[in-house]
Design a protein around this ligand. Structure first.
Ligand code: ZN
Length: 222
């Protein structure tokens, strides 16, 4: 009887005072509207930057090192869907405040090849894009597919990276990007050849490509 009473009081307590969801990056502290707890947010060392690579402008949220690197690694290789959602929220908040991106027409997550998608279960870039648009209302363009199942870019030198992603993407019939400013989304930018390959395709269909990434990696082979 006492136990039932306690259960009932707890249920009522949860109903009246719902607990904040826990941070998807550490799983312990309460999450804030920025997407994670304060401690994890500070550990990511967020510093929004606009840079250029292969003549293409892009924004990035933090350096690919330390805690940020660990979180991205977990997100990609340990089914970190919730981590991807949290980082997408942060990227969306940064993009919303970036004046040079205020005229973006569509958001385009870098697609995974269907075989890779099946292995991983989700496309981290698509999860980032979904959560960006919750903070910053823009349509997501889904007319680009990956036609080459390229090996991972990590461990390859710059020229090999370039060859690896050449012709990797295609636009589905009936889609058009004429006059559209397109924001390409991916998790990490290193040599920038994946970004460049997508951008070439978009330009070929009349679009104007720019990019936004979570992390910028040291480019010792650019
Ligand atoms: Zn946390």
């Amino acid at each position: 009887m006492v136990r039932e009473m306690l259960d009932w009081i707890r249920a009522l307590d949860d109903l009246l005072f719902p607990k904040a969801p826990s941070c998807p990056l550490c799983g312990t502290r309460p999450s804030l509207p920025i997407g994670s707890c304060r401690k994890c947010f500070e550990s990511l060392a967020v510093l929004w930057q606009i840079s250029t690579i292969h003549g293409l402008p892009y924004g990035s949220l933090f350096a690919y090192q330390g805690f940020a690197r660990d979180v991205i690694h977990r997100m990609k290789y340990q089914s970190g869907y919730d981590a991807a959602a949290a980082l997408g929220t942060m990227l969306g908040l940064a993009l919303r405040e970036e004046p040079s991106f205020s005229d973006i027409d569509v958001i385009i997550p870098v697609p995974l090849h269907s075989e890779r998608l099946q292995q991983r279960g989700f496309n981290q870039s698509a999860v980032l894009a979904d959560n960006i648009t919750r903070q910053w209302k823009r349509p997501i363009f889904t007319g680009i597919i990956r036609i080459k199942n390229t090996p991972s870019q990590s461990g390859l030198h710059s020229l090999a990276r370039r060859e690896n992603v050449r012709g990797a993407f295609a636009i589905l019939p009936g889609y058009n990007l004429q006059g559209k400013k397109c924001l390409i989304i991916d998790d990490v930018i290193t040599s920038g050849w994946t970004f460049q390959s997508m951008a070439q395709l978009i330009k070929g269909y009349g679009g104007m490509p720019v990019g936004a990434f979570l992390a910028r990696a040291e480019r010792d082979y650019s």
